[in-house]
Write a protein that binds this ligand. Structure first.
Ligand code: ADP
Length: 542
């Protein structure tokens, strides 16, 4: 027997409809590409979003068309999340830091019909525009006065389209499983793969991540996603802020140090989110300039492991709670978040930190299991590790225009390619990515755990551990570090620092100090590049 409840479709357009009618006066603040600060309200955003949907309809955009964006986190990009998806088209966010050949591959694979582009990317786009096969036109995200000179054909001005159309546009109602947005994984191996989100998945994900135990959003909060809007929908924050009527602050292209600090401080941000490299720079800036962020309540750190030293710095030095999260583009993206369960608050500080350093509890809606090489489930004892598999209503069940996917080999589950433990309290801990784990003499060494130890050393700013070929052990760990400003790390001192903190045979065989690390498009250290660079490195133990 079915329940007698209405089957209203879960659609992205409902977020902004709700925010504009209930929290219409709430602010969206953004740092623009032109340089200044732009402020308006959910009600004003809603009006412009309707105008743009009408403009797109007039340009011939139809349901299911892929509409690409090449843009930073600002109010116009925010509007496209709603105008494009709201009308039934697919908002395809592109990572502007990718190589032009990758952008060409992705845009042709997705058959993007229109492209919205920040003025800053117009020149680079001119250089590879000829390789794009499906584009009908380009919309430059600027007002008429700031339109750059360009050789690009079929160019429109964003603000002119808004001005020339009225807001008399009713959101269509359609099947909630309709595609809403598209994001390609960065494809560290092979070609990038397209993750095609649906309205239903996005609405359910949003409801779960807005909760107090995850992003803690409401109209009393101010949230700033440092995570780019092209990185898995900025972890869902633009939707979750809108659904809850939170004040939203968008940082534009300035994601590092002082400009970020100024926005966090000046706009009274209570929750922010991003990858560890961003927080490293912010911590350095605050320490170097004697600054604090007393209004900031919590920092969500994900995308790569949050080092224990970083969690301690935020919490102990600055009184800001860290929530360590984990997810993937394929998971909309949030899979887990770490908040301390009430039954664990009484633990001694070091035991609490051992929990806090984990990637946390699965959010409601995500099921997890760890399995061995034969697919048999492993115990939740916090020690046994295996391949992490997940399932849930916002996890992809295939890739866009791709017939086969190894990750979906087991019916109903998605293989994350991460190795993890699960414990009896429900916490998940990532041991490593399958491709990063170091295989030494048939045993596994976690690069994340070694990096975590190295980062506790006072002279180490950044750390990356990679496996290097070894004649006896197959692979041994090589520690790469960048020094903290003003320090000269001593190799033997750093290696001695591992004593008693990990098993002796885990201690790296060598340390190399580097000036900087290669950082990828989403702000993560590129271990693949480091492995390539040091593939012929001869360890002193070899
Ligand atoms: P990419 O593979 O290009 O980094 P994603 O941004 O989708 O693409 O990253 C997902 C992966 O990032 C996860 O599978 C995991 O390996 C890693 N990751 C994300 N969050 C964390 C975290 N908190 N700790 C460790 N690894 C993480």
């Amino acid at each position: 027997m079915h329940g007698l409840m209405m089957d209203r479709p879960l659609l992205i357009s409902s977020f902004l409809e709700y925010a504009s009618s209930i929290y219409g006066e709430q602010e969206i603040v953004s740092r623009t590409v032109e340089g200044g600060i732009h402020r308006y309200t959910y009600a004003q955003a809603d009006n412009r979003v309707h105008r743009m949907a009408k403009a797109l309809t007039a340009l011939g955009v139809e349901s299911g068309d892929r509409i690409a964006t090449l843009a930073w986190n600002d109010h116009r990009h925010y509007e496209l999340y709603f105008s494009v998806s709201g009308m039934g088209a697919v908002c395809h966010t592109l990572n502007p830091r990718l190589h032009p050949s990758q952008l060409t591959y992705i845009m042709n694979h997705a058959s993007d019909r229109y492209l919205f582009v920040d003025p800053t990317f117009v020149k680079p786009l001119e250089a590879f525009y000829a390789t794009l096969e499906s584009l009908k036109g380009i919309i430059i995200m600027a007002d008429a006065a700031d339109m750059p000179d360009t050789t690009l054909p079929n160019v429109h001005c964003y603000e002119t389209l808004i001005a020339d159309n009225d807001a008399d546009f009713a959101w269509p109602e359609f099947d909630e499983r309709t595609a809403s947005s598209l994001c390609y994984t960065s494809g560290t191996t092979g070609n990038p793969k397209g993750v095609l989100y649906s309205h239903r998945a996005t609405v359910l994900h949003t409801m779960s991540v807005a909760l107090p135990s995850v992003l803690h959003l409401s109209a009393h909060e101010t949230v700033l996603p440092v995570v780019p809007m092209f990185h898995a929908n900025a972890w869902g924050i633009p939707y979750a802020a809108t659904m809850t009527g939170a004040k939203l602050v968008l940082p534009g292209a300035h994601l590092i140090g002082e400009p970020l600090y100024e926005l966090l401080d000046g706009e009274g941000v209570t929750t922010t989110a991003g990858v560890p490299t961003v927080w490293l720079a912010l911590l350095e800036y605050m320490r170097g300039n004697g600054k604090r962020l007393d209004g900031l309540q919590r920092v969500i750190i994900g995308g790569s492991a949050a080092p224990t030293s970083m969690i301690e710095a935020f919490q102990d030095e600055f009184g800001i709670e860290v929530r360590h999260g984990w997810g993937m583009t394929e998971m909309s993206p949030v899979g887990s978040i770490n908040t301390l369960k009430p039954n664990l608050t009484g633990l001694a500080a070091n035991e609490r930190m051992a929990y806090q350093a984990k990637q946390g509890q699965p959010v409601y809606g995500v099921d997890m299991k760890i399995v061995d090489a034969d697919g048999a489930e492993l115990p939740h004892d916090g020690k046994t590790f295996g391949e992490l598999k997940v399932r849930g209503p916002w996890i992809c069940n295939g890739y866009f225009a791709m017939d086969e996917s190894k990750a979906h080999a087991e019916e109903g589950w998605f293989n994350t390619d991460d190795v993890a433990t699960l414990d009896s309290e429900g916490y998940m801990q990532i041991v490593d990515r399958t491709k990063d784990v170091i295989k030494s003499g048939g045993e596994w060494i976690s690069s994340i755990e070694l990096e975590d130890v190295a980062l506790r050393h006072p002279d180490v700013a950044q750390a990356a551990v990679i496996g290097v070929a070894h004649p006896k052990w197959d692979e041994r760990p090589l520690l790469l570090i960048t020094p903290k400003p003003g320090t000269t790390p001593d190799m033997s001192d750093i290696l001695a620092f591992f004593k008693g903190k990990v098993a002796n045979w885990w201690t790296p065989d060598d340390v190399i100090v580097m000036e900087s690390f290669p950082i990828g498009g989403t702000g993560k250290i590129q271990k693949g590049e480091l492995r390539e660079k040091f593939k012929d490195y001869k360890l002193p133990t070899a």
